[in-house]
Design a binder for this molecule. Structure first.
Ligand code: GLU
Length: 428
């Protein structure tokens, strides 16, 4: 068949959510610049595999509750699938599918030998105790045993999951195999084969990308006034890195709301407070601002490190920043993309800007497989090299084709996967 016009169209209703539609629409914007055939494009619109599991968990009070769990594997053409596991009330098959698609482009853009995956459990993680979280994690991992593996699919942390959750996943998998398998997950504690600098990698990577962009734009990073939405593993570390490089952080926010000080916040003390209290709730410095207000503060660099769909058609016309850096996945809607382009506000896209996490995950997996561990400076330098190389390719494609950086980043990723699919051919 010459083109997809004649092929039956399989609308994958199961994935049809706003986020998946966004992922596919972004892909469709990039395809015309990607030099791939219609057949390859059609293949890449859908995940290879999507798994739904039910996880019965005994709560501390004796009740049993069943939590739905998901894992979506988008593309295995370049290697095992890779991506985080999130615990959140909004987790669904369609959301995981969109996030898995983005992981494919992210890994390919960074030239990591992986495809994309994403998974999670629909739950309210803040309402669960540590023992409940452990039982949930172990049961979820057991349900996924036939589908994950160091050469098949390698989970990692995402929203509301951390080193401890990865340790439980690694232990559950290893107990089934009968020996330690550190390479089954990344983002684990260093004591069981985790990598130094993995914890900081996503947030530090955001700032490496912002720094590169500033160089290209002729701005001095140390003169930038920044607002950071999100104060967790991504936003908290990014805020600290910005301060370390001499920039001013005017405002940050977390689940408890935002804090603003036009003279700049004391980020290290706030991080310590958030670590001790679980959030910035009760922090007394600065002025309290709401989430919407925070996004609309006047600043140079707005870092979006909370969650998806934060900048949309309603607030995009009101943003007062000069540059957006996407630390979270999918924080800007399609409509907002168009409005911000019109307004001349460039966006450093998620698949480039937050790729530091999966890049150091890759270094962790390589170290685990080789049973040989590297030092912090070496990892930091290797990460900067990878991110700068990806940034330069994206910048060049953007300039050459006169397309936004998001589309350019997708084009760079899609080309890698398309070339691999072409070379391997269609089985059987
Ligand atoms: N969850 C992170 C992301 O969205 C990290 C994934 C990984 O390290 O595999 O990129």
């Amino acid at each position: 068949m010459a083109s997809t016009e004649h092929a039956p169209s399989f609308a994958h209703l199961e994935f049809d959510t706003p986020l998946y539609r966004t992922a596919v629409a972004q892909f469709d914007q990039a395809v015309p610049y990607s030099e791939i055939t219609d057949g390859v494009a059609e293949r890449l619109r859908y995940p290879e595999r999507a798994i739904i599991v039910s996880c019965p968990v005994r709560l501390d009070d004796g009740r049993r509750v069943v939590f739905p769990g998901y894992r979506v594997q988008h593309s295995s053409v370049l290697g095992p699938t890779k991506g985080g596991v999130r615990y959140d009330a909004h987790v669904s098959l369609g959301e995981c599918a969109a996030l898995a698609v983005w992981m494919t482009w992210k890994c390919a853009l960074l030239r990591l030998p992986y495809g994309g995956a994403k998974g999670g459990v629909r739950c309210d993680p803040r309402a669960l105790s540590q023992p409940e979280l452990e039982r949930l994690t172990r049961r979820f991992t057991s349900e996924l045993l036939p589908f994950i593996g160091p050469q098949e699919d390698i989970p990692a942390p995402d929203m509301a999951t951390n080193e401890q959750v990865m340790a439980w996943m690694m232990d559950t998998y290893s107990m089934q195999r009968g020996h330690a398998v550190p390479e089954i997950v990344t983002g684990k504690p260093i004591s069981i084969g985790g990598s130094v600098f993995r914890h900081e990698a996503t947030g530090a990577g955001v700032v490496m990308v912002v720094a590169r962009a500033c160089e290209r734009l002729g701005w001095r990073l140390s003169e930038q006034r920044c607002v950071v939405q999100g104060f967790g593993n991504v936003g908290g570390i990014a805020a600290q890195e910005l301060v370390d490089r001499g920039a001013t952080v005017l405002a940050v926010s977390d689940v408890s709301g935002g804090v603003w000080d036009p003279d700049g916040l004391d980020v290290p003390t706030m991080s310590q407070y958030a670590l001790e209290h679980g959030s910035l709730e009760g922090w007394e410095g600065g002025t309290r601002v709401g989430n919407e207000e925070l996004l609309e503060l006047e600043c140079d660099v707005l870092v979006l490190a909370a969650r998806e769909n934060q900048v949309h058609a309603d607030n995009a016309p009101r943003l007062r920043c000069r540059l957006i850096a996407e630390g979270a996945n999918g924080p800007t809607s399609l409509e907002a993309d168009a409005i911000l382009r019109e307004r001349g506000i460039p966006i450093l896209p998620d698949i480039l800007t937050n790729a530091g996490g999966v890049t150091v995950s890759y270094f962790e997996w390589v170290q685990d497989l080789g049973r040989l561990f590297w030092g912090r400076d070496e990892i930091r330098a290797k990460l900067a090299e990878k991110l700068n190389d990806a940034f330069d390719r994206v910048w060049e494609i953007g300039g050459e084709k006169e397309i936004p950086l998001r589309t350019a980043a997708l084009v760079a990723g899609i080309r890698e996967v398309g070339a691999a699919l072409d070379a391997r051919g269609l089985y059987p």
